[in-house]
Design a protein around this ligand. Structure first.
Ligand SMILES: Cc1cc2nc3c(=O)[nH]c(=O)nc-3n(C[C@H](O)[C@H](O)[C@H](O)COP(=O)(O)OP(=O)(O)OC[C@H]3O[C@@H](n4cnc5c(N)ncnc54)[C@H](O)[C@@H]3O)c2cc1C
Length: 326
């Protein structure tokens, strides 16, 4: 295969889903167009029968397929070696998602490619042919600008900044298959054990019910969880609630927590400071419950309900259950 040139998206299935790859394809398409370079998706895995066509329908000009039984299980050493083999010494700008796996893999690939890396990128521009990116560092406390001086580089892109690339049925492109011979590894994938909480996942939920300092304490999250359960929603929280130790960090929404884009976000007892809004303001519908009609969340809300969450949420949950016939 010729040396790799252009923008590359690492399409890695996360427990069977390619959601983050679809966001990368959207950003990658815009980057490739700005650089006047092709966009290639690299598909790694064990059994990759029909996934290439969707990547092309979502914007890739070309799909490079590295199919190998050893890649069926997510071993980062092997994935990084396979990707580095594809990019070789070429001029590849490689995009990964800013997930735990994406970051780890991006670091390994940048070392193997002997090139620079920028993580948590949320904006890019092309100036005089050079790629310039903005990235968030130190939990969002600083924004730095990085200009890549070489033609090859590695980036991880923040989740939910670029929406998933739309699908154009029937759009085709080139496909290349690259053989891969796995070498010895020092790590072995044993098993994936998902959480057994039975809760709806915050990152992918259509509806999120979040609580802030206004819930008043750890027990205040009972009404939040109860409404979330009635709606089939995920529970979320503001940093004030997390920092108070009322709910674990994994529920935090915002600049230093999760960025989400649900169909509906119900903010209860959350004032709506900019760092919280950064994580949820692209929700289609925002419902706010707060006694203060002037707070930023009530101003940002599609539906602002003035009142005490402890009085209102149980009533809303009961009405939802009644309407659902539960
Ligand atoms: C670098 C940095 C990063 C940050 N990252 C994040 C982040 O990721 N996520 C995040 O959330 N914050 C983040 N913050 C913190 C952020 O600035 C706010 O401090 C935080 O969001 C406030 O949380 P809150 O709205 O729950 O609390 P408050 O601002 O104290 O608001 C509480 C709200 O509850 C209402 N209330 C009170 N009683 C009731 C009641 N009975 N019923 C209904 N409502 C009631 C009040 O009217 C008020 O509006 C960050 C800050 C910094 C500096």
């Amino acid at each position: 295969m010729a040396p790799a040139t252009g923008v590359f998206v690492a399409a890695l299935p996360l427990r069977g889903a390619f959601t983050s790859s679809h966001e990368l394809l959207n950003a990658g398409r815009a980057m490739a167009d700005a650089l006047k370079e092709p966009l290639t998706a690299v598909l790694l895995g064990g059994h990759l029968s029909d996934q290439a066509s969707e990547l092309m329908e979502r914007g890739a000009d070309r799909v490079v397929i590295v199919e190998c039984e050893a890649l069926a299980k997510p071993n980062e050493e092997l994935q990084a070696a396979a990707l580095a083999q594809v990019f070789g010494g070429g001029a590849a700008k490689v995009l990964f998602p800013s997930t735990v796996n994406g970051r780890s893999l991006a670091a390994r690939v940048s070392v193997l490619m002997k090139t620079g890396i920028a993580t948590d990128v949320f904006e890019f521009a092309v100036e005089a042919g050079a790629l310039k990116v903005k990235r968030a560092g130190y939990g969002g406390n600083i924004i730095s600008e990085v200009t890549f001086s070489s033609q090859s580089c590695v980036m991880t892109l923040q989740a939910m900044v670029w929406p998933p690339a739309p699908r154009t049925a029937g759009k085709t492109g080139a496909t290349d298959r690259v053989p891969f011979t796995p070498g010895a590894t020092r790590t072995e994938f044993v098993a994936f054990e998902g959480g057994d909480s039975g809760e709806v996942d915050l990152a992918s939920a259509d509806i999120v019910v979040s609580g802030g300092r206004g819930v008043g304490g750890p027990d205040g999250f009972k009404v939040i969880r109860d409404l979330a359960k009635a709606l089939g929603a995920a529970a979320g929280a503001s940093r004030a609630a997390v920092d108070s130790g009322w709910i674990p960090y994994r529920y935090q929404v915002g600049l230093t927590g999760r960025t989400i884009r649900p169909k509906m976000y119900v903010a209860c007892g959350i004032s709506g400071q900019i760092q919280h809004l950064a994580g949820m303001s692209s929700a289609k519908t925002i419902v706010a419950v707060n006694p203060d009609p002037e707070c930023p969340m009530m101003k940002a809300a599609t539906l602002a309900v003035v009142g005490d969450l402890h009085e209102l949420l149980p009533l809303i949950a009961a009405e939802v259950r009644k309407r659902k016939g539960a």
